[in-house]
Ligand binder design. Sequence first.
Ligand code: ADE
Length: 418
Amino acid sequence: MEFDIKDTKLAKQGKLRVEWAKQSMPVLERIRARFSKEKPLRSVRLGACLHVTTETAALMHTLKAGGAKLRLCASNPLSTQDDVAASLVKHDRIPVFAIKGENNRTYYNHIDAVIDLKPMYTMDDGADLISTLHSKRKELLGLVRGGTEETTTGIIRLRSMAAAGVLKYPIIAVNDANTKHLFDNRYGTGQSTIDGIIRATNRLLAGSRFVVCGYGWCGRGVAMRARGMGANVIVTEVDPLRALEAVMDGFSVMPVKKAAEVGDVFCTLTGDVNVISKPHFKVMKDGAIVCNSGHFNVEIDLPALESSAKSKRQIRPFTTEYVLKSGKRINLLGDGRLINLAAAEGHPPSVMDMSFANQALCIEYMVTRKKTLPVEVYPVPTAIDKLIAKEKLAAMDIAIDTLTREQKKYLASWDMGT
Ligand code: ADE
């Protein structure tokens, strides 16, 4: 079996960590049990490009139980958990191509190794696998029947491919399921980003000025949790509606340039480039901490930081101290890559349970449909989204009410007022 990982000797530790994560993933576990019996993915070749974490291992177990032949690579050079990669290879015989800290060339070689499987379905987090298939490996596109995409950034890329008429196979936008973005993006990113910042810096957040750039679901989650830690949270936005929402949620809102002058910690979650750039570094306070929790490492202008600095040193794991020509220090966390996966372990398993239940059920949906879907970016079928919400509640042992016949009738009527 081909694979490329850091060290197979890490497998024992990885196996224990995967077992721990699976204890908090009951919805995916039920799907796995059903897949083992029904084998809906029998003879399906599936290429996956995801963060290689304990939670992803649980998803791989589910897909393999369903009968799929898999290959997995990382969706970010810094997010791989090497012990998990080792466990997947050694204990589960799943070919993994991922090493934490791999350079860009190795990162794309690993994507190529997954494409060598000649996938019939793809599973992406950020759309790097799909975009490589559509550019460097076009000859295999005819074999691909469909794919799924995990994250907001990937869906933006795929929608622009669809609009430009270059997308060659249908995609289900897993991110857009309610049971995904309302929980994973908000509570998952909220907790894991704060976790990453604390693990990298060991700084007290209480009383700090914490700047959140971007008030999408991820930004909302981080702002909410930073406030919970006692930080004074400042939000920056470009969208008037989201800015207004942040104001009414009780946060200070101001342009990045103004926030740069007062912030102690900065976290970008916008999905766009150069949100924090040279003019901002220039006015930041000595010792400011800058990090990113958006998908790609483009949100902080790293070339501008490099060129503004007279020296730099690794002061702690995942913390690089840049000394600017003025003598001021700026601390960059995790090389500007997703701080929650670079310095911490990503979202906790109980929230990835729902995200990955969506992934498993959407692949099954595409495989078992009689007709292939036309080439578009699709929402997750509502029935799948609702089923996952119901099963998650049941797994949490939480019961809810149902409408009475009278209440249903009332909701369906238009002629009954007070
Ligand atoms: N994205 C964010 N957190 C993750 C995790 N724990 N596993 C896989 N993908 C993730």
